[in-house]
Structure formats: C-alpha cells, structure tokens
Design a protein around this ligand. Structure first.
Ligand code: GCU
Length: 701
C-alpha cells in the first residue's frame, strides 16, 4: 500500500513538475534508463581531486551536482584515488605525453588504470574537462573507451552584455539586467554563480558586464566594488570581467578639460584609473570601447585617430595582462556614402599601428547584425592587427524573443566564408582563431541574449543560441547539427523522435525567418522599433537610419548596387570574393540584392522573375512557420508541459507576425513592381495603409 502510494506520488511529481528553464543545459535530469545509470555509476564511484584551488573545487562540485542528478547517486569527493578504481580523477599540471597536445585551457579525458582521468595543464582546463565529461554522459555516450582531447581554438571567448546601470538592457528581450547593481556588492544573487557555471560549461572565459554605449558610472569608486563582487564569483569558474568604457570619462568623471588621448593629463587619468581598477580586480580582463560611433565620444572629437585612442588605453593597460578591445563598428551620417564601406575605410589605413595589447573587434557583417549579411570585408584586410569577431546572440533583427531563429547556421556561414586574404582557404574562422595571420590575441564575442527572465533568454529555445555561440567560440569546426543535438539532449528531451523534430525546427528556422523577412539579400530596413516591418520608412535625421536607404526599391527594380557602377563596396573584397558576387547573372541568390539593383522582371536561376521569386519566398517563409508549429506538436509528448506551452505561444505569435512581414513587403513593393502576386499565392487581405497603421501603433505614446 505504502509502495503504491509512493509510486503514485512519484508519478504525480513527474506530471506536475514544470521545467521553468532556469537550469539551462545543466538540467541534469535523472537518466531514465536504469541499466545505463548503473553502468555509468560503476565508473563514477568517487571523484579524486589532487590539489586545491577554487577552480578545481568548482570542477569537483560540478561533477558531484551533475552526477547526483543524472545517476541519482552521491559521489564522494576524496583527496587521492590511491589504489582505488572505478572513479574519476581530476589532475592538474600533469606533464608528459598526456598533456603534450594541450594548450593552457585544453583538457584530455582518458581511461587509465581503471579510472577516468580528467587532465589539464591548468585548473581551468580540468574544469572544462569536467563539463565535457558530464556532456558526454548527458548525450548518452559510453565511458568505456572514452578518449577526448580538446583545446579552445580562440583565446578570449566572451559575452558582451549591453546592460545599463539602471537595470535595463539595450536590445535585451529577456527581462532586465542580470546584475542587480543597487544590491551589489553586499548581496550576491545565486544567479551570478549559475551564470558563471553555464558559461564555463561552454568554455566562455570573459564577460563584459556593461553596455558598449557605456556609462562612466561603472568606473566610479561606488561601482568598482560592485564589479569586483561579480568578478569574485566569476573567478572560480575561470571567467574574467571586462568593462566597456566611456571615452569622455576623463572629462565627465575626472573633471579634466579634455579627453584628448594625447593630452598628458588624460593619459595619466586613464593610467591611474586602470591601476585603481586592478586594486579591486587583480585579474581584470580589460576594456571594450565603442568610440566615434552612433554619437559616442572618441578620439576624433579631438582630431585624433582610432589608433591614438586605442593606444592611449593600451599604454594604461600595459603594466597588466589585460587587453583593450576597440570596436570597428563605425559609420558616418553621409547621405552619399555607403555605410557598408565605413569600417573598412576607417580601419584598414591603421593596420599594424595598434599596440600589441589591442584587439579590433569587428561585427560579422559590414552593416549591423542583419539576418543575413556577407562577411565584413574588414575581416580579410587587417593581417597585422589582431581582429576579433562580434556576433549578436540577442535577436535585435531576428524577431526579438518571439521568433525562433537558431543562430548556429548564421555564425557558421560567416566563419566558413573564405576571405582569400592569404589565398584559398583563408576563412573568417582562420582569421579569427589567429592561424592565418599569427595574431597574438584571438577573440570571439557574442552580444548576450540573457536577462532577468527566469529562463534567462525569454524564448526557451533561444537558450540554444547562447549555447551555440559558446560551443563555436571554443571550436568553430563543430557543426550546427551536432550543437543542436547536444543542446536538445541536455536541455529538452532525450526521446529520439522528439529530438529529431526539434532538431529539424532549429536547423530550418533561420532560413525560414530570412525568407519572410529579408529574402534574396534584401536589406532588413532600419526601423524605429527594430522589430516591425517598415519598408516605407524614409524620414530620419540620418539617411542611413531609413529603410529606403537600404532596399532602394524603385520602378526599375530592387537592391543596392555595390558593383563598380554603384558604390563599389565590392572592391573592398579580394578579387576571388568579388568575382563570386559582382555579376548579377550568377551572384548567389542569398547575396543578390546586397550587391545588385535588379530589375523586377529579371529571370533568376530558379526560373522565376525577381518579383515572383520574392513573393514565393515571402509566402513560403510565412507558411513554413506553420510547419514549425506542426513539428513542435509532434515533439509534445516528450516535452515538459509548461515549456511546451510557452514555445507554442511564441510560435503562434511568430506565425502572425511572419504574415505581417510578408504583407508589409508585398504591399509596399507591389506598386514599384506593377505585378500581381503570382499563383498559387493570394493577394494579402489587408491594405498597405492597414499594415502601416498597425506598425505606427508601435510609435504611439
Ligand atoms: C546597433 C544597435 C545599438 C548598438 C549598436 C552597437 O546599432 O541597435 O543598440 O548600440 O548596434 O553595436 O554599438
């Protein structure tokens, strides 16, 4: 009777248990296969930790937590394995053949003398190994013949938080900031540690805690102890803290008359400030700087250059191991200019002139995190300057937190692009990992999609984007499929059919979004709200902040001519790259309207005219959201009910909004194209005015 009651309660607990998504991919739910559990448990009877350090303690704690969840057993941590077998041994600094192929953060996991040996040259390597071992179990792999060796390909793997001191997040769609500035440094939210754990599990080793549109407040004596409190939590997970800095801080905070980077007093102010920061945070990671961009102050305000500004901060940082990360996201409000060309024009003249501790951080594309962009030409043009890449994980142009867009294919598309900077095979990945030009520093940054929402990312499936960014920063050769599989198995379900439905959804989601949003290389218009369709938008203090600037629709055709007859932005690429894109007759369709102004009636390689092809994409893209919904329904039996309902709701929103986007584009472009919507698609039911009204409501107050 008691047993029956117990089983009943257990079942009830399982039915009523709602996964709120907080645990991310570290959910460590009990493996359902009891036989598999006991096989794993035989190899995990103890955790032997030789040596002690906060990072090693994290490694051992993580293994204990993970194994307790997955196997349902408490695995004791002991000081040394001695002659015991059947356990896990964490070993730092082992020399010889075992660690010869490892870099400072790499790990090796092997079976040795009846134990599983997790080795690294450093404690943080062991920590990454511990997470890799857990992932191995979470994804159902055997421990019998385990033999994993892995080194991060990029040295600085970093999240950029666009979080403000007032608790808001610029382009954040998952609640407010994670950092409770007003409560720090006294109150340490348990979330900070969970944030560190999640990042460390991916190998992320740096976090810029504040917005690139920086407030000088972060540099004050009031805020530095708060930042230091965060750094104290991050440290035991191998994560360094960085700050975005406000270039004019010497004036606004220091009371100086100028922030001219060549002024001796300004230089001293930064040197003193940098030293002060290090008194609070001895292992401070460095500065991130947005200067002379979108109204932010910078060296050009004083007739100086990006090099003058960056090297001034680099001099302040020189006594310390940290770096200065200088962003190349710059463009001027010049109606005649092509914004596409701006970063290349401003930065290439300075190649080789930046101090050795400076990294230039370049957005993946030449414009601004669009759903599809060609790789930034700058990435193929600065062989003597360490270039880091910046991706945007938060979905500023990808439907905020209501559209499903799995970003690994977007990241991979850029990383695998060939710049031809040093001949064939000079991929963006090889530029960024330093192997092409021998950069001293390497960096991959992702603008975070995290916030105070319980599930961290708003859209539950957007967790996969944080995950994918971290995994690719560690190893850019991983495939989008493999990363999706890991994430689904670790986070959502291990039921094979459900895994395959969710995998299919993730892998197709970005292409679907592009189809209803910006097909054929159409530029996603800048809009007042960065969310709603506004292709008609033509009024702004800056021409490059209108939609018409980008798509260039007129009665002749659509798209931005960037060939020699137009802005000639294509000349910024190597000839081999240029040749792929410069001819309208064979330019790959995903990039067509990025580089050409194409007549409406032009026949494309699909056999359809431009207008018909556009309509086909808009309509099939929007229809495909229904397919996403169907796949989600098929996965339902294996998904936590609360999480299922959350995603189902968002997919319904996405479906409605995809039609909105489709209708806005079709109705706006149709008067230029002078064509009917081709069969079998039907003319939108609403008018352009009705769509405009629905968008205008976003701007009402
Ligand atoms: C985009 C974004 C801004 C951000 C900027 C940047 O323009 O909309 O919010 O500040 O990028 O990357 O600096």
């Amino acid at each position: 009777m008691n047993r029956l009651l117990f089983i009943g309660l257990l079942l009830l607990a399982q039915i009523t248990f709602a996964d709120d998504g907080y645990r991310l991919w570290l959910n460590y739910d009990r493996l359902t296969d009891a036989a598999a559990r006991s096989v794993y448990a035989r190899s995990a009877q103890f955790i032997a930790v030789s040596g002690s350090s906060p990072v090693l303690t994290s490694a051992s704690d993580e293994l204990q937590t993970g194994l307790r969840g997955l196997l349902g057993t408490n695995v004791p941590a002991i000081a040394s394995a001695g002659t015991q077998q059947g356990g896990i041994v964490l070993a730092v600094g082992v020399s010889g053949a075992d660690t010869s192929g490892l870099n400072e953060e790499g790990y090796r996991i092997v079976k040795r003398q009846g134990n599983i040996l997790v080795m690294g040259k450093t404690a943080v390597g062991v920590l990454y190994g511990a997470f890799a071992l857990l992932r191995h179990i979470q994804t159902g792999h055997s421990l019998d013949t385990i033999n994993l060796v892995s080194n991060p390909k990029v040295k600085l793997r970093m999240l950029n938080h666009w979080d403000n001191p007032d608790g808001t997040v610029e382009r954040g769609y998952a609640g407010g900031s994670l950092w409770k500035w007003y409560e720090l440094p006294e109150t340490i939210s348990p979330r900070y540690r969970d944030y560190a754990r999640a990042n460390a599990s991916l190998g992320i080793n740096g976090t810029v805690v504040n917005n690139v549109n920086a407030s000088a407040r972060l540099l004050t004596g009031e805020y530095l102890p708060k930042v230091a409190a965060l750094a104290n939590v991050m440290r035991s997970y191998g994560i360094k803290v960085y700050l975005s800095v406000y270039f004019a801080a010497p004036k606004t905070l220091g009371g100086l008359k100028t922030s001219d980077p060549l002024d001796p007093q300004v230089r001293k102010w930064w040197a003193d400030k940098t030293a002060e920061i290090h008194r609070y945070i001895p292992d401070f990671g460095g500065f991130l700087v947005k200067a002379n961009s979108e109204g932010e102050p910078g060296p050009q305000d004083y007739g100086r250059t990006h090099v003058d500004g960056a090297n001034m901060l680099a001099a302040a940082m020189k006594p310390f191991p940290g770096v200065v990360i200088w962003r190349a996201f710059v463009y001027k409000a010049d109606p005649k200019a092509d914004r596409f060309k701006a970063a290349y024009e401003e930065f290439t003249p300075f190649d080789g002139q930046f101090a050795p501790n400076v990294i230039v951080q370049v957005k993946n594309g030449p414009i601004d995190f669009q759903p599809r962009e060609p790789f930034s030409p700058l990435l193929g043009a600065m062989p003597k300057t360490p270039l880091g890449i910046e991706f945007q994980i938060t979905q500023e142009y990808l439907g905020f937190a209501s559209h499903l867009v799995y970003e690994a294919p977007l990241f991979k598309e850029c990383l695998e692009s060939d710049t031809y900077a040093a001949g064939k095979g000079s991929t963006v990945a090889r530029v960024v990992d330093g192997s092409l030009h021998g950069y001293s520093h390497t960096l991959m940054a992702g603008v975070a999609n995290t916030g105070s929402d319980r599930n961290w990312t708003g859209h539950p499936l957007a967790q996969a984007n944080w995950y994918a960014f971290g995994r690719l920063a560690w190893d850019h050769t991983l495939t989008s499929e493999a990363i999706a599989d890991e994430w689904i198995n670790m986070t959502l379900t291990r039921q094979p059919q459900a895994v395959s439905h969710v995998r299919a959804m993730l892998l197709r989601s970005r292409a679907i979004y592009v189809d209803y949003n910006v097909p054929l290389g159409l530029s996603r218009p800048w809009t007042g709200v960065h969310f709603a369709p506004e292709p008609w938008q033509n009024r702004s203090p800056r021409p490059d902040w209108t939609a018409v600037y980008y798509h260039r629709a007129d009665s002749a055709g659509l798209g931005f001519d960037r060939t020699a007859t137009g802005s000639n932005a294509l000349a910024q690429y190597r000839p081999e790259v240029r040749r792929q894109w410069e001819n309208v007759d064979n330019c790959p369709l995903p990039y067509l309207l990025w580089f050409h102004h194409v007549p409406w009636t032009k026949q494309l390689s699909t056999g359809r005219t431009l207008w018909d092809e556009l309509c086909t994409r808009f309509y099939t893209g929007a229809d495909s959201v229904r397919w996403l919904q169907q796949e989600w329904t098929l996965a339902k039996p294996a998904i936590d009910p609360a999480l299922y309902a959350d995603v189902a709701g968002r997919l319904a929103t996405q479906q409605r909004e995809a039609i909105w986007w489709r209708d806005a584009w079709v109705l706006y472009l149709q008067p230029f194209a002078h064509k009917p919507v081709p069969a079998p698609f039907k003319q939108p039911e609403r008018t352009l005015d009705e769509v405009k009204k629905s968008v205008d409501s976003y701007l009402l107050r």
